[in-house]
Design a protein around this ligand. Structure first.
Ligand SMILES: Cc1cc2nc3c(=O)[nH]c(=O)nc-3n(C[C@H](O)[C@H](O)[C@H](O)COP(=O)(O)OP(=O)(O)OC[C@H]3O[C@@H](n4cnc5c(N)ncnc54)[C@H](O)[C@@H]3O)c2cc1C
Length: 546
């Protein structure tokens, strides 16, 4: 066919608005009490407007304002208006607060997880303060008298970016400061010092002097920080304004120049006799703040699953509208194998995210769920966040050169993809946490493996083999990653067996668990109907366009 030289042809149309919930092969099939609302949120998150804000907030990253023009310290961060729109949307959707509402439904963590997953497909940077604000509440509640003063503003659906005393604000956000220059994982090496300003003890007032090497979202209103008290490493709430309405000492030395997550500010900060209150028991800082860390680990899983789903969506859309050698790419068997393989991985990640969030809803009332939550949190955090980068890389390649340019969103997804594996416990640390569970709470492994066998009965012999290996291996530490990988794949298969399409579960089992797969994506065996999986993914996207 002849084309005029300036005509653009064989390029995909703009995907435009897409209802991300309706387009989702796993989350979109959930029968939650709030499904209608999730459908509405899917349209908000997938709108052109929201996407534009995502691009703008990353193109115009935050700037540190250390001093005002008279030379007085300000220690504030200035953001592009698009950042504020993203924040207002996510806070307004309850992603900071939903499960902590007095009238939260039984499935509030799951409902909120799906909201975060939808929004997080489009912009991950702002999810950092959103996640920390959600996650701080269980840790803060260990000091009920202090928590009581903050809960109203923490549960607000109003994003209030004004820098001022919390008593004058309609809503607040919180962060955390654990990592210091000499140690992030090994927080026992923290050198920040807390000195009592009065009688001290739980809920008491302290003055903290020291630093934090990574402190994200420094414009948040308060932070849970770790510091050495006389009785050992303890957890403190350090607000940016003291209760007297005075700006607390919180010196922002610089903002990190990061690989990705560029819309979000991550700072190096210093404390000079900064006012703080002790949260929980003196000397029990790690066990206090771990409540917050566990919830942010769930959010690492949500974030990685969201990035994978968005990457696959972009790949599917492109190959459905691009031809090479006389046929659309989506019709070509080798491309179908790549897309189906990527879609399988993304579906498994979403299913596992759903299972984990469900355990957060049920753990308080159900022993089995509490045990599953304990082991599944590190297993999923390890496995899903590790899978993310490779999925994005391969999905980017599906777009050819078009995937390498910024406005395709793929480079941003790619830069974002390693982060969830690094923060909130890097890979080895998480793998060692799984070993800790096996040693200290053996019931957790039993509960988890029993569930796997129930959801996917033909995994019985695989489960038995793994159980025997765990019992007979004297020192699991050097092989902890191998072990957690296997647990991660079993967890994914089990989660798919619970929520997913049976054909997809079967394909996951055959390729991942039974090993009929190469080392890269696009290596499914010929017996798997890749065309069906690919066409279903495209069909859902086409039907969900707005
Ligand atoms: C963008 C960004 C934002 C961040 N925001 C915050 C924040 O807001 N608040 C905050 O407190 N922190 C924050 N962090 C810090 C982050 O949580 C830490 O970087 C992370 O916990 C790792 O700590 P580290 O950098 O000190 O590395 P290290 O602890 O030195 O670890 C280096 C490597 O050694 C491995 N390792 C550690 N111990 C062992 C072991 N026993 N055996 C084998 N391997 C081991 C780790 O897995 C890792 O791969 C942020 C980081 C980034 C990148």
């Amino acid at each position: 066919m002849e084309h005029p030289p300036d005509e653009v042809f064989n390029q995909p149309p703009e995907l435009g608005g897409l209802n991300l919930y309706a387009a989702d092969p796993v989350a979109g099939t959930l029968a939650l009490h709030g499904s209608d609302e999730l459908r509405r949120i899917g349209a908000v998150a997938g709108s052109r407007q929201f996407r534009d804000w995502g691009f703008q907030a990353n193109r115009f990253p935050p700037e540190l304002q250390t001093f005002d023009r008279f030379g007085r310290r300000m220690d504030q961060v200035e953001f592009h208006p698009a950042w504020h729109e993203l924040m207002a949307t996510s806070v307004g959707l309850g992603i900071t607060s939903l499960p902590h509402d007095a009238e939260a439904p039984d499935d509030a963590h799951l409902d909120r997880a799906v909201r975060a997953y939808l929004v997080g497909q489009i912009e991950q940077g702002h999810m950092c303060p959103v996640s920390m604000t959600y996650a701080v509440v269980p840790a803060l509640r260990q000091q009920p008298d202090v928590a009581a003063g903050w809960e109203r503003a923490l549960s607000s659906r109003v994003y209030d970016p004004v820098f001022g005393p919390p008593s004058e604000k309609q809503g607040v956000l919180m962060g955390m400061g654990m990592t210091e220059r000499q140690g992030g994982t090994d927080v026992r090496s923290n050198t920040s010092i807390a000195v009592a300003d009065g009688p001290g003890g739980s809920g008491g007032e302290y003055r903290i002097t020291g630093h934090k090497w990574f402190c994200s979202a420094p414009m948040n209103d308060a932070f849970l920080v770790l510091a050495q008290a006389p009785g050992g490493l303890s957890c403190f709430l350090l607000p940016r304004w003291t209760p007297d309405g005075v700006q607390n000492s919180f010196l922002i030395n610089r903002l990190k120049d990061k690989l990705g997550n560029r819309s979000n500010a991550s700072a190096e900060v210093e404390f000079e006799s900064s006012w703080a209150q002790m949260i929980g028991e003196e000397g029990r800082g790690v066990s206090t703040i771990i409540e917050m860390v566990n919830a942010t680990r769930l959010d690492c899983v949500i974030g990685a699953a969201a990035i994978m789903r968005q990457a696959v969506t972009q790949a599917v859309w492109h190959v459905a509208h691009r031809s090479a050698f006389g046929a659309e790419l989506i019709e070509q068997p080798l491309m179908q194998n790549v897309i189906a393989d990527l879609d399988l991985e993304a579906q498994a990640a979403t299913a596992l995210m759903i299972r984990l969030a469900t355990s957060f809803d049920r753990a308080d009332d159900d022993d089995h769920e509490a045990l599953v939550k304990r082991i599944l949190t590190p297993v999923a955090k390890y496995w899903i966040t590790k899978r993310c980068s490779e999925v994005v890389r391969e999905a980017t390649e599906c777009l050819g050169g078009a995937g390498y340019v910024e406005d395709s969103i793929m480079p941003r997804l790619y830069r974002e993809s390693p982060l969830n594996a690094i923060w909130e416990g890097s890979g080895n640390v998480i793998a060692l946490d799984v070993l800790r569970v096996l040693n200290k709470e053996p019931g957790a492994l039993d509960a988890f493996l029993t569930e796997v066998e129930t959801n996917v009965p033909n995994l019985k012999s695989t489960v038995e083999k793994l159980r025997t290996e765990i019992q007979s291996t004297e020192n699991l530490e050097p092989v902890a990653r191998r072990l957690v990988e296997r647990l991660g794949m079993l967890a994914s298969a089990s989660a798919l067996g619970r929520t997913g399409d049976p054909a997809v579960t079967d394909a996951y089992l055959r390729s991942r668990i039974n090993g009929d797969h190469g080392s890269l994506y696009g290596t499914l065996p010929a017996s798997i109907d890749a065309a069906r999986i690919t066409k279903r993914a495209y069909g859902l996207i086409e039907a969900a366009r707005i």
